[in-house]
Design a binder for this molecule. Structure first.
Ligand code: ATP
Length: 213
């Protein structure tokens, strides 16, 4: 029996989804030969509430992902009450896929450098590998407890279901949802920062357009 592809996840607010997210997820899918799921967060513990509600953000994600099957959406954090801790999401995914399949948590290099502040961060490695999305020319070296913990876990190629750290070089695209929301708020039309399909249904953009009124 052939081994199933690794499953990788990219969490985020996706308020709204843009080409920075999509391209990073796609390049990770290619680099790891993985299925990648985008996991929209319901209640980010550390930031103001999203502009679009969960169903609106998911609808934009669906529009963005139409026509391909390498990237998918996983709504489990939206189906759960309360804050979405990554460790809970990974535990839930691990329960779904069984003990053997490779599971990879994708995080930006800047977020990875701060991993030691995450809830039960050491447990993340019991459930998954970590794929660090690295933009060439930028350095976010881990320090302290994290550096000590990952020493010996860094690999060039993932083996086994969990526990390792791999760098994934991605094309730097300087796109952020914050700038897209600011563009809408200024009455702009932030086309080509996000998929054209997202502009096909005005109802999906209404919460963002309302920022400008
Ligand atoms: P905001 O501007 O609202 O903070 P964002 O654009 O950074 O949002 P998030 O939903 O917070 O988007 O990001 C989800 C994930 O995608 C994070 O892991 C983040 O590091 C990554 N990401 C966001 N923008 C990019 C980008 N331009 N290139 C690569 N990865 C990105």
């Amino acid at each position: 029996m052939s081994r199933p592809r690794p499953l990788a996840i990219l969490g985020g607010t996706f308020d709204p989804v843009h080409h920075g997210h999509l391209r990073a997820a796609w390049e990770a899918a290619e680099a790891l030969d993985a299925e990648v799921r985008l996991v929209p967060a319901r209640t980010p513990p550390h930031r103001p509430p999203p502009v679009a509600d969960a169903s609106g953000r998911v609808a934009l994600l669906r529009a963005a992902l139409a026509g391909q099957d390498r990237l998918a959406i996983d709504t489990r954090e939206l189906d759960r009450d309360g804050p979405s801790y990554t460790v809970d999401t990974l535990a839930s995914l691990r329960a779904d896929i069984g003990p053997d399949r490779s599971l990879v948590l994708l995080v930006g290099a800047d977020a990875f450098a701060g991993l030691a502040s995450w809830h039960l961060w050491r447990d993340l490695f019991a459930f998954a590998h970590v794929g660090v999305l690295t933009r060439p020319g930028t350095l976010h070296p881990p320090s302290g407890d994290l550096a000590a913990f990952i020493a010996g876990r860094r690999v060039e190629r993932l083996h086994g279901p969990s526990g390792q750290v791999i760098d994934i070089a991605i094309t730097p695209l300087d796109i952020a949802a914050t700038a897209i929301r600011e563009s809408f708020a200024a009455g702009g039309e932030p086309r080509f920062l996000m998929p054209t399909a997202c502009f096909a249904d005005e109802a999906l953009l209404a919460p963002y357009r309302a920022l400008g009124r």
